[in-house]
Design a protein around this ligand. Structure first.
Ligand code: NAP
Length: 511
């Protein structure tokens, strides 16, 4: 079993129980009592607290991390040793003891390896980086440790996560208990895949935003978004590659979809720094490790061109319109690890429009359309509309950008200042105007919108922008940015799973 352990910051005797009970109610499978935060650190207090918390009938780890290992305990070392021994006497199932203690002659904690060998978690932390001698350190921890070995280090880039994943895989095969954590936003895969790889535990924070370590999710996120309860060794893995990626709605949307159709999949946020070499090495590393079961990726800013280049370099299939758009936002891999690249952004825009008006894509042939904006999203919208034969004019604040895009796709262009009265059937806002916090902005005024017009906003925060409110009030058909987002995610979902996406459930996950 891989435990989902919740660290409890223990300040005093009275506060420890409510916090621990809250963790139990939230679904914690193990509690780590962080005794180094005690305001009055005494052996007696430790005994009382551990005895109390035992009543909750969950396995307990007692940890009293010293400042010299990144913890909060600054008192006398002999007191710390007594507190750790007392916690075992009072019924703690495990004690976390720093590896450095076993190398010192004067530490009385060494005897625990003889008196309570299976209850000791031998830990080592590096809050700066992946240690150059990572494997040697792990070997040293393993030699003296009949219980659980734990190593945690700060991940510089996502490539540093491979050390933790490889370690967990090796220890899983050797049937030894291990914890390996790559800390930081680039290392979250090590936390989220711990259960798939049979780790001893993964940690989760008690409340959203109240983390005890960098890169840690809350217990609610681990269970509701990241499917902790259903992950097993067979789980197929997907994710969104971006930089930054912490704000992405894609994990919530795809995992809700997996849940709804009972698909054994897990979708992760993957923070991959912008350089092509990191992107390439990450994908190669994932695919090389077949035991990770990585099957597909969503790709977002700034990696859509990198994804196209990667598929071309690896000799994979590229959807023709994705090549024309010079942007791949979806990667899937066959059994031999060969990639195929698609673009579902344009499909998402087209499907959002057609589903709002109850039409098929072919019905958009000949429709007059104004696309406002000439950035990345506009490119996908223009490409999709031109592909189905719409008559597109691109308007942009910077006219030169509109001209270049229009020339690529063979359409007309102009300045946002020339909009005047809109005589087109379809208007798409692909500028960032109206996006939070600039919610009072609208690229069009009420007088420019006619009843029966189709007005789509690609901005999805807020869901009803000022533009969409004006359009609704003017009797236009409105299409919101969430609809475009969900439709592009649904197209990815179908490529990932070969199943029809549960769009309603996916939408509910974000609205
Ligand atoms: P981008 O490449 O940076 O392009 C931004 C566009 O907005 C440019 O055309 C820019 O004009 C224009 N613009 C920005 N501020 C403006 C202002 N104050 N007045 C007039 N024009 C302004 O951004 P993007 O990636 O295309 O994203 C555009 C929007 O799409 C974002 O707001 C985002 O919310 C939305 N989006 C939606 C989805 C979805 O699935 N629904 C997905 C991704 C993004 P210049 O060329 O003159 O700078």
């Amino acid at each position: 079993m891989t435990y989902l352990a919740v660290p409890i910051i223990v300040v005093d005797v009275d506060q420890a129980m409510p916090a621990s009970s809250q963790a139990v109610r939230a679904g914690a499978e193990m509690l780590e009592l962080r005794l180094d935060y005690l305001a009055d650190p005494t052996v007696e207090n430790v005994g009382r607290i551990v005895c109390d918390i035992k009543q909750l009938q969950l396995p307990i780890i007692a940890t009293c991390r010293p400042e010299w290992e990144g913890g909060h305990f600054s008192g006398d070392e002999s007191l710390r040793e007594s507190m750790i021994r007392q916690s075992l006497k009072a019924g703690a199932d495990y004690v976390d003891v720093e590896f450095a203690c076993f190398k010192r002659d004067d530490s009385s904690l060494s005897e625990l390896l003889t008196t309570a060998p299976k209850q000791v978690i031998v830990s080592h932390h590096n809050f700066e980086k992946l240690p150059a001698d990572f494997e040697l350190r792990w070997e040293a921890i393993g030699w003296g440790c009949p219980g659980v070995g734990k190593i945690a280090y700060q991940a510089g880039t996502i490539l540093d996560s491979f050390a933790a994943l490889d370690l967990l895989r090796a220890e899983q095969e050797a049937q030894r208990l291990a914890v390996a954590l790559a800390m930081g936003s680039a290392g979250v895969v090590s936390r989220l895949l711990a259960k798939k790889l049979g780790a001893f535990l993964s940690f989760a924070g008690l409340e959203d935003g109240a983390k005890t370590a960098d890169g840690q999710f809350s217990i609610r996120e681990m269970k509701e978004v990241y499917r902790w309860d259903v992950i097993n060794s067979e789980t197929k893995v997907y994710g969104v590659i971006g930089y930054p990626v912490g704000h992405s709605l894609s994990p919530a949307v795809h995992n809700a979809g997996f849940n709804s159709i009972g698909f054994n999949g897990l979708y992760l946020p993957l923070e991959v720094s912008p350089e092509y070499a990191v992107f390439r090495d990450f994908l190669d590393g994932m695919i090389e490790r077949k035991w990770l079961d990585f099957k597909g990726f969503s790709v977002t800013i700034p990696h859509k061109e990198n994804a196209l280049k990667y598929v071309q370099e690896r000799g994979g299939y590229v959807e023709p319109l994705a090549a024309k758009l010079k942007a791949v936002n979806t990667l899937v891999f066959d059994e031999d690890g060969k990639p195929a690249g698609y673009n579902t952004d344009y499909a998402g825009a087209l499907d959002a429009i057609t589903s709002a008006i109850g039409a098929e894509r072919v019905d958009l042939q000949g429709i007059t359309a104004a696309v406002l904006g000439a950035g990345g999203v506009s490119r996908a919208v223009v490409g999709g509309l031109c592909d189905v034969g719409a008559q597109v004019t691109i308007y942009n604040r910077t006219v030169e950008r509109a001209r270049r895009l229009a020339e690529e796709f063979g359409c007309k262009y102009g300045s946002l200042n020339e909009l005047g009265s809109m005589e087109v059937k379809l208007v798409v806002n692909a500028t960032s105007m109206g996006m939070y916090p600039n919610v009072a902005e609208s690229v069009l005024g009420a007088e420019q919108i006619r009843p029966g017009m189709i007005v789509m906003d690609t901005v999805y925060n807020p869901m009803e922008t000022k533009l969409l409110r004006l359009a609704r009030e003017a009797g236009a058909v409105v299409v919101d940015g969430v609809s475009m987002f969900i439709n592009q995610a649904a197209a990815q979902f179908a490529l990932f799973t070969q199943r029809v996406a549960p769009k309603e459930v996916m939408r509910e996950a974000v609205v």
